[in-house]
Design a protein around this ligand. Structure first.
Ligand code: TYM
Length: 327
């Protein structure tokens, strides 16, 4: 059976972008692959984060992964820092990667903007290498992610190939799996930028566990344009295109088909709000049910870390031996 691996940061509330760009694929892939899904708490340390908040969000993230429909009987769900091979393999890969290739990462460049790179943490710079280690430790064939992670996946492939060329065939070279529609869900208030966990745009971000009233309010207030023409043209009409893509995903159609179906933005927004409420209803219900039994999440994470460690420790030991460490 082929392996799938993916991860999510516990740095804020999960949102519609995470759900559509990533989690839906994760749930589908667990049926056909041996699946490993990771709450990447070490990645969350690259930005300032309160320790108690991180602890709480890590636990909540794991609970919400169960709520989206991941089945711990078939998927391994775990927390990155509980498997010590992640930082250990990162070091070996950092000694494989170059400054030049990390400097080219758009996320690093974006973080450097404004404050200058002098003040950017080394963790932000090295972050894509940790991500490569996450994936390569599990010999994953497939990595379901949103569009913003494509470049990081390219780096993971490159590092795997370079390591294999130098030390022998150790790593599977992973492939990114990016959905055709919904790979880049945009902020509802600022359709030029992607929806994100940062709290800067509460009205532009639909949290995965928002209640129906909030979803409706945010969709109603979503920024579109004034010409009123119903067309799916992301470059020209980013706000409208985002709404069309969301309704397409939520109802299993193509964005163009959805556009042909409507003449008025108001009708589109009404149906979109309803479709999103329905799509997220089971997630909200499962999250509420799991809230009543925290012991279950703890148990899933304990078993997940054990299983993940049993795979990661074998890969790491082989890599360490290959580079000449005594082990
Ligand atoms: P993170 O936590 O930012 O996001 C988790 C997943 O959600 C996707 N995503 C989106 N998709 C569509 N539209 C959006 N607006 C949107 N925002 C986020 C992301 O593409 C991602 O798939 N570095 C990663 C986490 C990570 C990882 C890994 C992923 C660490 N190690 C190994 C895959 C494999 C991140 O920060 O994702």
């Amino acid at each position: 059976m082929q392996r799938v691996f993916s991860g999510v940061q516990p740095s804020g509330d999960f949102h519609l972008g995470n759900y559509i760009g990533a989690f839906r694929q994760w749930v589908a892939d667990q049926e056909s692959h041996e699946a490993f899904y990771c709450v990447v708490d070490l990645h969350a340390l690259t930005e300032e984060i309160d320790p108690a908040y991180l602890r709480q969000k890590t636990f909540e993230a794991a609970r919400n992964l169960l709520a989206v429909g991941l089945d711990p009987e078939v998927s391994t769900i775990f927390v990155q820092s509980q498997v010590p091979e992640h930082p250990r393999l990162t070091w070996l890969l950092e000694c494989t990667a170059t400054m030049g290739e990390l400097r080219r990462m758009t996320q690093f460049k974006a973080k450097g903007e404004g404050r200058g790179q002098e003040g950017v943490r080394v963790g932000v710079f090295a972050y894509p290498v940790l991500m490569a280690a996450d994936i390569l430790l599990y010999q994953a064939n497939r990595v379901p992610v949103g569009d913003d992670q494509r470049q990081h996946l390219e780096l993971a492939r490159e590092l795997a190939q370079r390591f294999n060329n130098r030390y022998g065939e150790l790593f599977v070279v992973p492939e990114a799996a990016v959905p055709a529609v919904g790979a880049r869900v945009m902020d509802l208030q600022h359709p030029g930028r992607k929806m994100s966990k940062s709290v800067e745009s509460p009205l532009g971000t639909i949290a995965m566990l928002d209640d129906p009233g909030e979803i409706e309010r945010k969709v109603k207030k979503a920024v579109t344009d004034t010409d009123g023409e119903m067309r799916y043209t992301p470059e020209e009409k980013p706000g409208l295109a985002n709404l069309l893509a969301l309704l397409a995903v939520a109802t299993g159609r193509k964005p163009d088909e959805v556009a042909n179906h409507y003449t008025r933005y108001g009708d589109l927004k009404r149906d979109l709000a309803e479709a999103l409420v329905e799509m997220l209803r089971p997630v909200r219900e499962r999250a509420a049910a799991l809230g009543a039994e925290p012991g279950r999440v703890e148990e899933v994470l304990r078993a997940g870390a054990e299983r993940a460690h049993s795979i990661a420790s074998v890969t790491y030991a082989r890599a360490a031996e290959a580079v000449g460490l005594l082990g």
